[in-house]
Design a protein around this ligand. Sequence first.
Ligand code: ADP
Ligand code: GN1
Ligand code: MG
Length: 373
Amino acid sequence: MEMKIFPAEDRLQEALDAFDFGAPVLDAQRYGQGHINDTFCVQTQGAEGRRFILQRISPAAFKEPGHLMENVIGVTEYLRRQIIEYGGDPSREALEVLRPRAGGAYFTDGGGCVWRVYPFVEGTICCQQAETPELFAASGRAFGRFQRLLQDYPASTLYETIPRFHDTENRLANLKAAVAADSLDRVKLCQPEIDFVLAREKDCSVALQALRDGKLPLRVTHNDTKLNNVLLDAETGVGLCIIDLDTVMPGLAINDFGDSIRFGANHSAEDERDLSKVELDVNLFAVYTAAFLEGAEGSLTDQEIALLPWGAKLMTLECGMRFLTDYLEGDHYFHTTRPGQNLDRCRTQFKLVSGMEARWAELEAIVNQYRTT
Ligand code: ADP
Ligand code: GN1
Ligand code: MG
């Protein structure tokens, strides 16, 4: 039986009481545009008036939140040490977990849901779209660098917080199962989208086959590299702090690259309904490629660079499949604010996939400039 998930507001006060914010809480408001967790910004009283991010970890997405928090503690402490080593400011460049009064890394409410707190990283901006190529490049450098910093992180100590997260073959199987079940009688509303995926069934194996063949290495990756998962310095525009570490686990570098392209290399919202506005911007693809590889400082192999366009296409196709599956199953996974939103999101993704296919030769030419052989 699926656990019934109550609104986070029902337990918000209980969660606030579990943490010592250093001053009384003035208020706590919903914050940000993440699709998964319930995020609140906590404002405290007093001259300092500090802010914190309080999150209820999505019980729909994460079945083992304790494992997730062990990963987050391990990764943030490791990053902290690296940042200090290169002379950076760890309080702005890495997340830090604020421990609850009772100890440990998180608080479990009376309904069994898990909450955690991070200090708010002040003086930063979080973009929902690539407002300028420079800002997009800044995010690319930061994600490339993040991966390089974690290059020697002991991968075997990381839990798989969402099993088979970027297993595109399995995502396809899940979609097929949702179509077969058609529990809400929605298949009739999205047959063209289902057919779009079925025509690309073979594509779903490209990256996984390269991994199985030893052509792509497994690395410690972020796995959710969209633009709103990096905080940029408000004054300089530099990519400062990578956030949303819930899916840091072994994965493929091309997927981290690809998910950023999926979300950021266009000029429309992920749920745009006017598909004429949804276009891949090849210039932004080029800008991001240069920046990501600069941040990664030579840590990617030639094969990885060669397959970057596949990372972009597969992350976009996979994400569209996931939105479609959630639509067919009743929108339990991704937060939605209106009916049909997950189907709209699926459609933008598939429009972008078509754009990538149409301009494939250009994408390959861009990445080929950086190949070593
Ligand atoms: P989700 O998994 O739901 O996407 P995130 O961890 O990405 O949750 O948080 C949602 C949003 O909250 C982010 O996109 C960002 O705007 C904001 N945010 C999260 N952590 C911080 C932080 N430490 N400082 C400032 N803003 C943050
Ligand atoms: C979710 O958590 P958030 O909003 O940053 C999702 C990603 C999807 C993305 C689509 C844990 O990201 O995998 O690509 O939505 N995160 C999880 O916007 O499923
Ligand atoms: Mg996020």
